[in-house]
Design a protein around this ligand. Sequence first.
Ligand code: KIV
Ligand code: ZN
Length: 385
Amino acid sequence: MRTIDIFDTTLRDGEQSAGVNLNTLEKIEVAKQLERLGVDIIEAGFPAASKGDFDAVKRIGETVKNSSVTGLARAQQRDIDAVWGALKNTAEPRLHVFLATSPIHMTHKLKMSPDQVVETAVQAVKYAKQFFPVVQWSAEDACRTDLDFLVRIMKEVIDAGASVINLPDTVGYITPQKYGEIFKYVRENVPNIDGIKLSAHCHNDLGMATANSLAAIENGADQIEGTINGIGERAGNAALEEIAVALRIREDFYGAGTRLKLDEIKKTSALVSKLTGMRVPANKAVVGDNAFAHESGIHQDGMLKEKTTYEIITPELIGNSSTRLVLGKHSGRHAFKNKASELGFELTDEKLNEAFHAFKELADKKKEIVDDDLFSILTNKQTEM
Ligand code: KIV
Ligand code: ZN
């Protein structure tokens, strides 16, 4: 079994979600929960971006003891100095420095030639290595980068001292097979890649961030970057809880796991949702309110007989209290009878039948039947002569 490092960027890329702005105390609260969750690396912010970000990264670096803390920097001395200023007193300071490598970004955004990009990246990594024991370098927009250029610049930054190389799908453009091929290609073609950790960082513009991250793992990625609840720029980042649970449930296929304490997932998701104000959609995989809710009669009947019929993840695995059998118009007699006895009603078969019909009539008019509705139906039937 391989162990994949989990790099959480909820407080950096996640905070780049439109409309989200956490204060320092809120960030510390999230960081402490991420530490309890067991993430290996917390990207606490972008210290050169603002005084608020600098302070938050510094405070998190001083507070968190069991995860390594990192900060983001562009390939500039000023940014690297800011991360060092914030993290120099932490137990395991790390730098995350990035520079774009795709023709689109080099031409239009950086206005630099490929040679200038290589030189700038190398100088930044060399400069950073004077301070940081671990330097991660990211090839921004790696998935739209010419592969031979990617191999060339990776070789140079590794020679300069980078020990983790991240290949982000910055715009959520790649597909799983192609992303896997990039990891395989660089592993086979960068001559000094031995001992270097490869990292995947996926955005969700085409809804493929989780699938792409898993494809990277299949093809040798050592580290996965993402956020809790998949929050982040535009359509967000890869949702770490989905990847960690997929690895656990499909251990047979991936042969890889993480150090996450999966039963802290639900709590972490709820905290991030509360503090960011970003509601988790009810049908969101793993952490959505409906992820363990069953409505149809056929499914409820199956669940009451044997849970594995319709549940591949147990709610307990992620620290959720229990499965919910939601009574609605698709529910059947078996679930209704079960719920009635849970509520303390023992009716004759005839009365139960009548109550079931009353419930079905109401369910046609209401989206979800709550316990109060059932109490009133069942009490009426119990007291009827
Ligand atoms: O998506 C991206 O390319 C990034 C980099 C800064 C790593 O977030
Ligand atoms: Zn990103």
